[in-house]
Every structure is written in C-alpha cells, then in structure tokens.
Design a protein around this ligand. Sequence first.
Ligand SMILES: NC(=O)c1ccc[n+]([C@@H]2O[C@H](COP(=O)([O-])OP(=O)(O)OC[C@H]3O[C@@H](n4cnc5c(N)ncnc54)[C@H](OP(=O)(O)O)[C@@H]3O)[C@@H](O)[C@H]2O)c1
Length: 331
Amino acid sequence: MEQRRFGDSDLTCSALGFGTWEMSTTQYGEIDVAEASRAVHEAIDHGITLFDTAEVYGPYHSEELLGKALGKRRQEIVLVTKVGFQIIEDPTPRIGPRNSRYEHIVARAEGCLKRLNTDWIDLLLIHWPDHNTPYDEPIRALEDLKAAGKIRYYGVSNFAPAMMAAAEKAGHLTANQVGYNLFDRRVEHAVLPYCQAHGIGFMAYGTLAYGLLTGAFTPETTFLDWDWRSHGSAFGLPLFEKHWFLKELKVVERLKGLAAEYGRSVAQLAIAWVLRQPAVTVALVGMRNSRELRENVAAVDWKLTKEDEAEIERIFQEEGVPTYVDARQAL
Ligand SMILES: NC(=O)c1ccc[n+]([C@@H]2O[C@H](COP(=O)([O-])OP(=O)(O)OC[C@H]3O[C@@H](n4cnc5c(N)ncnc54)[C@H](OP(=O)(O)O)[C@@H]3O)[C@@H](O)[C@H]2O)c1
C-alpha cells in the first residue's frame, strides 16, 4: 500500500484511510457490528494504517466500537479522532453546538482516550470551526495536550484558509480534513493550495460522495429518515436532492462505463481520482465489510491518465452536473 506524508511533518500513513462514521449506528444506515469489526482487522492486514473517528459519531459509539475492534492492534495504526462539539446528555447523548474553548477541548480529549482505550491519540482534530471562539484558542489546548503526551499531532477539519492562518498563530497544523470528491471540488480553489504551500497534510472525506460514487444507488433509492442523507443536503451541497440526485446517477452510470474499460469499478475510479492530487495525504472511505474493503484497497495503485481525466470532465459537462470548483463556492 502506498504511504504518504502529512505536509512537512514526519507522520506518514497509507494513502487509503478507514472512515468510521458508519460505525456510529445512528446516522448512517444499518450496520452489522461484527462484520465491521472484522473489516477493521482485515484493513490492517491489507496495509491500511489510518483509522478516522470522532466523538460525535454516535455520539460515542464509533469510538467505542473502533477501540474494541482494534484491541492490541491499536499500536499498529495512526488513530485519528475529533472533538469540538458539546454533547447533550439528556439522557441519550446527542450533538449540541460547536465549542472550541480551551477547557472544553482538554476535557473532551480525555473522553476520547477512554472510549478508544488508549493512552495516546496520534492525530486529534478540531471537528468544525467554532466561530464564537478565536481560532487559535483550541490550538493552545492541543499544544498542551501534546506537551502532556496525550496526543502526538493535531490539526483541524472543515477550516477555510483564513481560519487555518488564524489557528496557526498558536502552533503548526499537521492536517486539515475536508470533503473532496468528483461531485464536490470546492477545496481545489483555495484549501488544497493553502495546505500544500504551508506544509499541512490534507485528509479527504466523502471520497465516494457518501455512497453516490459506488453505483449502489438507483432513481428509486430512498434513505431511512434518521439517515443524514435523507435531508437532501451533503455538507452544503444539494447532492441528495431529487433533481440533482437523478442527474448525478447518470454521471455515475457513465463513469461506471469508463471504469469498466479497465476492469475496474466506479468506487475505484473515485478513489483513484482523489489520490491523483499530490496535495492529498489520505483518502478516507467509510467501509463496513470485507467486500468493500478489498475493492477499495485495490484502487490505490490505479493511476488515471490525462485522457481518463478529460473524459471524466466531458461526462460532467454533457450531463450538466456542477463540480462546485469556482471561487464563489470555495470553502
Ligand atoms: N471531518 C468531517 O466533518 C467528516 C465528514 C464526513 C466524513 N468524515 C470521515 O470520512 C469518512 C469517509 O466519508 P464518508 O464515510 O462520509 O463517505 P464515503 O466514504 O464517501 O462513502 C461511504 C459509503 O460508501 C459505501 N462504500 C464504501 N466502499 C464501497 C464499495 N467498495 N462499494 C460500494 N459501496 C461502498 C459505504 O456503503 P455501505 O453503507 O453500503 O456500507 C458507505 O456508506 C467517514 O467515515 C468519516 O470518518 C469526516
């Protein structure tokens, strides 16, 4: 498995990372926990060394399940988690407002360590920018957690360049984690160039556009009402609104055809497309069974040609599907 480095740090990981939002059981379709735990082990056997979770996935379930599934193998991997929300415990935990205050970040990190059953977190991220707190305040907390040996590296998620610049007044970011896939290219305008210029690693989430780029959906597909995709919007873009969803499926059908010319799947094409970007350190994919895992791992060595990339652009243009790459949409 190809290894990549986070910006100018000495932290490296596999180009494909294992996402565990799906393990939360309350936001992302149904899950077979035993099967997902087996996939975690199989992923390590296939050379995946980065696992991504967050305290709000569940809340808590994803961290707990991942911690249990990893067991002693935790030492073999780069463990990434995220804090920065209040969790309202009344009595079932649910996600509250963003909170990046110093004391909150320090306190929440302790909970992550417990649930993940580990003494250290390799990379702790601020999940979403809290616009009511100076962006460098949580970085001071992360610096102190690092000095105490509780985390090895830190970074942010969903931060625009100006927010990264403000955050870096308190310390150097190892990573920014933001959505990036064929249907959502907003980061190409400013975030990716900024990360590359400032030695910050980039973690792409939603590599498969949350299942769209897998060929698993049809015009008849509907989501359970507690599945976040049932709301139509995907991180500010209307990817699951009926009008766009139907058009996107046509793109996916044609991308399937292109992938099939190489004996590949559309999911593999989507992963190879994200990894073609030198600024990308790791493409995160949410996987929960062996079949998905094996298919995704096999995508990493596929290098798309310039002709393939041009054909992809032609398909988007002909189907009239936007990629949100222009300045107006930039994150
Ligand atoms: N920082 C943030 O704000 C943020 C936001 C979103 C995600 N993330 C992280 O990024 C990770 C990846 O993003 P994501 O999971 O939301 O989206 P994604 O990876 O684009 O899509 C995940 C979906 O793709 C399906 N899938 C995966 N491999 C497949 C294959 N080979 N064939 C068919 N279907 C396949 C899975 O389907 P099934 O459901 O059928 O198994 C899964 O539900 C998350 O797990 C999370 O760790 C971070």
